[in-house]
Every structure is written in structure tokens, then in C-alpha cells.
Design a protein around this ligand. Structure first.
Ligand code: BG6
Length: 463
């Protein structure tokens, strides 16, 4: 069967500034929380590889954009690093950063690759973290000013903007589970950070719409459906609570303008409501997005709690449900994530039925694999058929959703070229293009990159 996608479908990939640019302390950029954390605890980064050099995009962007074209991209997302553009978080704009991002944007447009720009990819400038991150009103306003600065500088050419990538990740990784700096474990503070991020987002949307630049603004959310273990009432309730916390906490306010009532009740009951004003709620209500980006990697499976949590343990969402390891599930063993393709269909149908069928696209989906060298063929490139199969099997479900009326406008893979992945550094490779760290960041297109070109030029594939 031939799977053909709608006309003008976006085929491309996503990356982020901090994970690809490198040049961390070059041309006036100042540290983000990642640079700072690495100086304090390098042992928490895989193989001790930190954020300083990443994949050298800062210097090789022209070659990279040519490779985007070669691998069929009609669009590509990256992010503007706040700590590069406004190194102190507030105040002076760095002219060298303006020059760099101008060159990247212009080159992409010249090569026929539409730039999608994100404004925050887990990368709080350290100076802003010192002021309290998104717990602080000053930082929320500084972010909105940074966003508006970007719109004014680049909005004549960039017509697809995104305020945040996976805003729940810094909340859970930084304030609940000790995975990212600032390594706080405190649910009440996590809720405050989530609220502050939502408000910062809404202020950026307001600024963008106010400028009337004739483009679209959205946010990128990692939506992982919460599948209950069974139809037992207790399992269904567990899944509902997980869904409220991990999906709807951001999805509802950015698309519908309001937080889910059940979530507000839950937080009130446990005395975790954040500090806010009525004016904040109005700002959130009045500034909803034009387009949604959905990152999907793995499903969340949930069951009712088996044991009571220790009464002295700090509250975490898992006090309300247990994560469920479904027997015989298909796994990506390198990343430790389940592969469940149908979820992409379920997400699309949920948006169609419960979120006014708003325009969205898959903004990340992908497979991180360790030791890809093992798959190098005699012609010297990586024969990553597993990645091609992974993409196809997800696209089949996406195609079904579109044929049933879902308003999906594109598919972006994570990622274009192998990049630095936070604490996992270069352990798992996701790219259509290999980056050889032992040979001057040499780029080599993988089998998936060649296949992606055909996929895009045929606007679909045969399976
Ligand atoms: C997404 C992020 O969560 O997943 C990316 O937006 C990240 O920044 C990607 O790199 C893959 O996850 P990981 O943890 O393997 O890097």
C-alpha cells in the first residue's frame, strides 16, 4: 500500500541550539544551567562529555543546511539560545549572536528549508537561574522580553515560532526527579515553575500576536498517552491522574486557555496550588496558540498504586499511581523506552476530538541507538534499517489518523544529525546523519538519511 501525505506536508527534523551549536564560550555567549552544572558535577554526564562543544553547528551550519537539503528537508527546527542572544538574560543583545542566527536563517531560506524557531530548550541562562528561574516574576518577564526581541530581529523571515520545547521536562527533571539542574525535589516548587513557564509562554504569545507578523506561534509538548493497565476502575483513575499531571497540565492552558478543573482540585486538596494573580489567568486565557508541536517517543502505562508511599517521603506524582511495565512490550533497549506506534494515532485523535482539531505536527519522534558503528556497511555509512522501520511504522498510524480527519501538518524526526543529549551526552545516536567525534565532527549521511530524501520527494512511502 502507498501511504501518501497531504500536500505541502512538512518533512524535516528537529534539534536545539544547546545540543548542536557547540561554541559554548565563544563570541560573548554566557553559561546556561548546563554549562554551570557540568563544572560542578561532570560525573553526571555520560562519559564525562559536557555541553561545551556539542556538534559544531556554529561553524559547520552551511554544510549542515546543504545536508538537510540532501536528506529531503523542507523544514527544520532549531532553537535560539537565550544565553547567546542576551548573555545576561536581561539587557544587552549580543550582536555576534544576531549575526549568527541571521546567517543560519538566511542560509536555510536560500536552500529551501523553512526555519522553525524554538525559544527555550531546557536552557535557562545561569544568571536567570540565580534569580529563581521560572519561580521568579523577573525571569518570566525577562523571557517575554527575550522572545519579543527574537520576533523583532528575525520575525520578518521566521514564520513558525515555538515558545518552549517540552516545558514539563525542566519541571520534572529539575524540580522532582533529580535529573537536571537545579536538582530540587519539591512538588510545590515544581508546580510554581510549571505555572511560571505557562505564564511566560502566554506573555510571549501575546507579544507575537501584538506584532502582527503574519506567522504562527505555538509550543512543543511531549504528549505521552497514559494507558491504564486494565479497565478496572482503580487503574482508570490512576491513568486519569497521570494524564492530568503530565499531559493536560500544559496542553489545556495553551490550547483552551484554562487548567483542567480536576487538576486544580487535586492541587488545592494537597495544598500545592501555586501563587498567581487573576491577571495571570486572564493572560493565559487570552493568549492561546496557533499551532501545536507534539513530541512522541514512548507511551506512559499506569496502574493503581500497590503500596502506600512512606509518609515522610517528599511528594511525587507516583504517590498517586504506579508506572506499569506491560509484559512483552516492545523496547528500544538503548534508551530503555517502549516502542508503541499506535500512540501517535491516539494522540492525533485526542487532539481532533478534545482540542478542536487544532493544527498540529509531530515535532519529534525518533530512535536513539548506541554503538551504531556496528552497522557500518562496506561503503562506509551506517545502515540503520531499524530507524527506517521505526519511522515507517509510526507514519502508518499517523497516516490513518489523517485519513480520519486529524489536522496533522507534518512530521519532524529527532534528529537531523547526531547530537549531544543532556546527561546521556553522545551515548544514543538519533541522527539521519552521523557525526564522528573522533574525526573532526565529520558528517556522513546514514541509510535513513538517503531514505528520508525519497520519503519527502514522494510525499510518502510504499509498505
Ligand atoms: C526530547 C528532547 O525529549 O527527546 C530532546 O526534546 C532530546 O532534547 C530527545 O534529546 C531525546 O531524548 P534523550 O534523552 O535520549 O536525549
Amino acid at each position: 500500500m502507498k501511504y501518501t501525505f497531504p500536500e505541502n506536508f512538512w518533512w524535516g527534523s528537529a534539534a536545539s541550539g544547546p545540543q548542536t551549536e557547540g561554541a559554548a564560550d565563544v563570541d560573548g555567549r554566557k553559561p546556561s544551567i548546563w554549562d554551570y552544572w557540568y563544572t560542578k558535577e561532570p560525573g553526571r554526564f555520560f562519559n564525562g562529555v559536557g555541553p561545551a562543544n556539542t556538534s559544531n553547528f556554529y561553524y559547520q551550519y552551511k554544510e549542515d543546511i546543504a545536508l538537510m537539503k540532501e536528506t529531503g528537508h523542507n523544514s527544520f527546527r532549531t532553537s535560539i539560545q537565550w544565553s547567546r542572544l542576551i548573555p545576561d538574560g536581561i539587557g544587552e543583545v549580543n550582536p555576534k549572536a544576531v549575526d549568527f542566527y541571521n546567517r543560519v536563517i538566511d542560509e536555510m531560506i536560500a536552500q529551501g528549508v523553512t526555519p522553525f524557531m524554538n525559544l527555550y530548550h531546557f536552557d535557562m541562562p545561569m544568571s536567570m537561574q540565580e534569580k529563581g528561574g521560572f519561580e521568579s516574576r523577573e525571569v518570566i518577564d525577562a523571557y517575554a522580553t527575550f522572545a519579543e526581541t527574537c520576533f523583532k530581529l528575525f520575525g520578518d523571515r521566521v514564520k513558525h515560532w515555538f515558545t518552549f520545547n517540552e516545558p514539563i521536562v525542566p519541571v520534572e527533571a529539575g524540580y522532582l526527579y533529580d535529573m537536571h539542574y537545579p536538582n530540587v525535589v519539591d512538588f510545590k516548587r515544581a508546580v510554581q515553575v510549571a505555572f511560571g513557564t505557562t505564564l511566560a509562554h502566554a506573555k510571549a504569545v501575546k507579544a507575537y500576536h501584538g506584532l502582527k507578523q503574519d506567522g504562527k506561534i505555538g509550543i512543543i509538548l511531549n504528549l505521552t498517552p497514559s494507558y491504564p493497565r486494565s479497565q478496572n476502575e482503580a487503574d482508570l483513575r490512576a491513568a486519569h491522574l497521570a494524564d492530568l499531571i503530565f499531559n493536560r497540565s500544559f496542553l489545556d492552558p495553551v490550547t483552551l486557555g484554562e487548567f483542567p478543573k480536576d487538576l486544580v482540585e487535586l492541587l488545592r486538596e494537597k495544598n500545592f496550588l501555586p501563587e498567581y494573580t487573576e491577571e495571570d489567568l486572564v493572560t493565559i486565557k487570552e493568549n492561546i496558540i496557533d499551532i501545536l508541536g507534539v513530541n512522541y517517543y514512548q507511551p506512559r502505562r499506569v496502574k493503581a498504586k500497590e503500596y502506600m508511599p512512606h509518609p515522610d517521603a517528599p511528594f511525587v506524582p507516583e504517590h498517586l499511581f504506579d508506572n506499569y511495565e506491560m509484559p512483552y512490550r516492545k523496547m528500544n533497549p538503548y534508551r530503555g523506552w517502549e516502542i508503541y506506534e499506535k500512540a501517535i494515532y491516539d494522540i492525533a485523535i485526542n487532539i481532533r476530538d478534545n482540542y478542536n482539531n487544532m493544527p498540529f505536527f509531530i515535532s519529534e519522534n525518533g530512535m536513539g541507538v548506541e554503538g551504531e558503528d556496528h552497522y557500518r556497511n562496506h561503503e562506509g555509512y551506517i545502515e540503520d534499517t531499524y530507524r527506517i522501520d521505526f519511522i515507517k511504522s509510526h507514519l502508518q498510524w499517523l497516516h490513518k489518523a489523517i485519513s480520519e480527519g486529524s489536522n496533522c501538518q507534518g512530521y519532524h524526526l529527532w534528529t537531523f544529525m547526531d547530537c549531544w543529549s543532556w546527561a546521556n551526552a553522545y551515548k544514543n545516536r538519533y541522527g539521519l546523519v552521523e557525526v564522528n567525534l573522533d574525526d573532526n565532527y565529520k558528517r556522513t549521511v546514514k541509510a535513513s538519511g538517503k531514505w528520508y530524501k525519497t520519503l519527502a520527494s514522494e510525499n510518502g512511502f510504499e509498505a
